[in-house]
Design a protein around this ligand. Structure first.
Ligand code: 1CP
Length: 344
């Protein structure tokens, strides 16, 4: 039976006159109601681990804009925490973690099977959402891809060039491979449990895939993603997977075929005509509108929204940004984008 959910239809390959729409980071600091709930929670991690509040912020952008999909409110760094890393957020700066740079650090990590002990509240958030979402809204679960999660576990924070992770890869390849394998196994556990709790689609965020080149891209962006998708497809063959190898450039070509992803999310650096010929030929694509338009708005936002829709109109397409919406975005611009999409 064809789903009434437009997002699931696009993921099944259907070409729709009006593409389904959602936004990366749609629950976030640009929304006053998010800031109010976050204040109530205390800090960011408390928000992630309090199911009622995490479900509330997931629902806020659905109520305000009627997006075609809701994305679970959580963070990719909950998996390292579930594996035993210390995790905290420095206000105004970002995440901090205890690091994995020596065999002893790795040996202290927990096995993949026990991540559910820490992540159980996330599954409860999904169960709440399955009850509270409108019937036409799809529910997306997610995790970080192993390479991106590893960059944080090795450096202990975000790093523009991921240099510490590249250094460990070169200096201690066996340790690096073991870490990727542990994250891969934990991610299979985590996403399987998200699906069991109600996620209808899952997305893998490989935000730092762009710093992998050549054989390293195959080994650490393609292979772990393919392994996770293959394992999920055994357990849940009907649940589509979106992969986001951000800034992969020419390596977007063939990524869906090499990994088994049902949809590939495009960052805003990808040329649209190129993507039609080299990525959309393999199936559904998502994304590409530059998040900066949500700050600047106006005629340019309208024109770019139409350009994205027109470029991808010949195949299955999910409208989205090329990366997350930023805290300085104007909520009115999001409405303008949606009116442009749905109103013509
Ligand atoms: O201050 C706040 O309120 C926290 C800001 C914030 C938010 C809203 C962080 C901290 N995480 C999140 C939620 C989040 N993170 C979601 C929720 C669903 C959504 O609405 O999209 C998702 C999918 C993520 C994924 C995530 N976290 C990624 C991958 C996607 C991407 O943006 O590239 C990454 C790299 C993270 C790590 C992270 N968490 C938070 C920050 C500030 C960062 C980035 C740190 C860095 O710059 O390296």
């Amino acid at each position: 039976m064809t789903s009434q959910k437009t997002l699931l239809r696009a993921l099944a390959g259907e070409v729709q006159a009006v593409p389904p729409v959602w936004m990366m980071r749609q629950a976030g600091r640009y929304l006053p109601e998010y800031r109010a709930t976050r204040e109530k929670a205390g800090d960011f991690l408390a928000l992630c681990y309090t199911p009622d509040l995490a479900a509330e912020v997931t629902l806020q952008p659905i109520r305000r804009y009627g997006f075609d999909a809701a994305i679970l409110f959580a963070d990719i760094l909950l998996v390292p925490q579930a594996l035993g890393a210390d995790l905290w957020f420095v206000p105004g700066e970002g995440p901090r973690l205890s690091t994995v740079t020596a065999q002893g650090d790795f040996d202290a990590l927990k096995p993949a099977e026990v991540v559910h002990e820490t992540l159980a509240p996330v599954y409860e958030t999904l169960r709440i959402l399955t009850r509270e979402l409108p019937a036409e809204t799809a529910l997306i679960g997610f995790a970080g891809a192993p390479w991106t999660v590893a960059t944080y576990m090795i450096a202990g924070q975000g790093t523009p060039d991921q240099a510490p992770a590249h250094a460990l890869m070169a200096a201690q390849p066996a340790l690096f491979d073991a870490l990727i394998a542990r994250i891969t196994a934990a991610t299979i556990e985590y996403l399987s449990a998200q699906i069991a709790a109600g996620a209808e689609v899952v997305k893998l965020f490989d935000s730092w895939a762009g710093s992998l080149t050549g054989a390293a891209f195959d080994r650490y962006a393609v292979a772990p993603t393919a392994e996770i998708i293959a394992a999920l497809k055994v357990r849940h063959p009907d649940v589509p997977v979106i992969a986001f190898p951000r800034e992969a450039g020419a390596r977007y070509d063939g990524f869906a075929r090499a990994t088994g992803a049902d949809c590939v999310a495009l960052d805003n650096a990808v040329d649209r005509q190129w993507a039609v010929a080299h990525v959309q030929r393999d199936g559904c694509v998502q994304g590409n509108l530059a998040p900066s338009h949500m700050v600047t708005g106006g005629a340019e936002l309208v024109a770019e929204t139409r350009a994205v829709v027109q470029a991808f109109a010949g195949g299955p397409h999910i409208f989205n940004l090329g990366h997350g919406i930023t805290p300085d975005a104007d909520p009115a611009n999001v409405q303008l984008m949606i009116d442009t999409l749905r109103g013509g």
